[in-house]
Design a protein around this ligand. Structure first.
Ligand SMILES: [Zn+2]
Length: 410
């Protein structure tokens, strides 16, 4: 088992987490904000201090490379993201980057013979909080998105992704993108309650739920709330409300791990005494297999269409986002499982409900993830927390898995 420098790991995490703290002790490190730039500068400084070569790709992804002993060995990459949600938590994303850094630095200091180059990656805009959708940099690297499409993404103030990259000096070269590696490993907090509730201290992640995002617009007829009898209305609100109840019920009947969320609903013209003319609502749908996902999508859409038809209103459904379910590479998952066993951890195999850069990178590189528990499953909020001992075990695991990957023949 690799011995890590616990004090250094905690102090570095603390330094980044003290950059932009909100009133209620949350983090405000939106992608490519001044706070993110400050965190990036600290990270690249630590990389250089550890003798790593720092490179930036055209999406702003930071890669720090520690040279391996075998010129012919493919590199091994570990990483996550440092951006946060607005008023987000201390560990979502940052833990993976800091665990990767501490693991690589400890391996280097131990003098262990590592054949592969070890690369630490910090992906830009994983959260999708400032620039929508999430996982933009890893999406470009994995061939999901076009670079120009990402460059033109604007935040709520109309500021472009590319302009922020340039302003902060983090627009690098396409040639620096991670294109080929032996494996990619992402340590992350679970962000859900499963490990904590079952008293486990490590998650061996076997894959991630696919995500389909739908925009639904229901159109009826705006009219007077007093003079329009109920029988004469074309009310998109009642149709939307009924459709939402039905698709939620259908998702429950579909069975776990299916989840469906209606996070946004709004009406036009949004007046208390007007039957609305138009109602918009969002759908976030998740499942772990391609076939199941397609079937759940089909059922959801047909329920909405039938309900709207019964109410005599029109409906438009469009997809704004899609990430296919991911099944991680068995050899990488196996290394995580072995390391957990050797470290005497109480671990379990599990599927990630959240999207991660690992989901996209899995398309081009054999990938795996390590989860550490989230207390009460809280995430994307200031209450997000993980026991210190679990964080430290997560770093030790990361170092051990990197060494196992180095020894692995895949
Ligand atoms: Zn994250």
């Amino acid at each position: 088992m690799m011995k890590i420098n616990e004090t250094r790991f905690k102090s570095r995490m603390e330094q980044i987490n003290s950059i932009a703290v909100t009133e209620d002790d949350g983090m405000m490190r939106l992608a490519l904000s001044d706070a993110d730039k400050a965190a990036r500068d600290l990270l690249t400084g630590w990389m250089e201090e550890a003798g790593m070569t720092v490179k930036i790709d055209d999406m702003g992804t930071i890669y720090g490379t520690l040279k391996g002993s075998d010129e012919n060995a493919k590199p091994i990459c570990v990483g996550s993201h440092m951006d946060t949600q607005p008023n987000g938590g201390r560990y979502d994303g940052l833990f993976g980057v800091m665990a990767g850094l501490e693991a690589i630095v400890s391996i280097s200091e131990s003098g262990a013979d590592v054949k592969s180059d070890l690369i630490l990656a910090d992906w830009t805009n994983e959260e999708g909080a400032r620039f929508v959708p999430p996982m933009l940099a890893s999406g470009v690297v994995a061939g999901q998105f076009e670079a120009q499409w990402v460059y033109d993404k604007q935040d709520v103030d109309g500021i472009r992704y590319e302009d922020e990259l340039i302003r902060h000096g983090y627009k690098g070269d396409e040639a620096n993108r991670l294109t080929d590696a032996k494996a990619y490993l992402e340590p992350h907090i679970e962000q859900g309650p499963v490990l904590d509730a079952q008293g486990k201290n490590c998650g061996i992640v076997t894959g991630a739920l696919g995500i389909t995002g739908l925009d639904v617009t229901v159109r009826g007829e705006a009219n007077h709330a007093g003079t329009t009898p109920m029988s004469h209305r074309k009310d998109p609100m009642t149709a939307a409300a009924e459709a939402i109840v039905k698709i939620q019920k259908n998702c429950i009947d579909f069975g776990e791990p299916a989840v469906l969320t209606n996070g946004i609903i709004h009406a036009e013209p949004a007046s208390k005494n007007i039957v609305p003319g138009e109602v918009y609502f969002s759908i976030d749908l998740r499942y772990h297999t391609d076939e199941g996902m397609a079937e759940l999508e089909r059922q959801t859409i047909s329920i909405i269409e039938e309900t709207c038809a019964a109410h005599g209103v029109e409906v438009d459904i469009s997809q704004y986002w899609k990430a296919r379910p991911a099944t991680f590479h068995e050899a990488v998952v196996g290394c995580v499982e072995e390391a957990a066993e050797e470290n005497g951890l109480d671990a379990m195999r599990m599927i990630s409900g959240a999207g991660h850069d690992a989901v996209f990178i899995n398309d081009i590189i054999p990938t795996g993830m390590i989860f550490v528990p989230s207390i009460k499953g809280m995430s994307h909020c200031p209450q997000e927390d993980t026991k210190e001992e679990d964080l430290v075990k997560g770093v030790e695991m990361t170092a051990d898995v990197l060494l196992k990957l180095d020894a692995l023949d895949i």
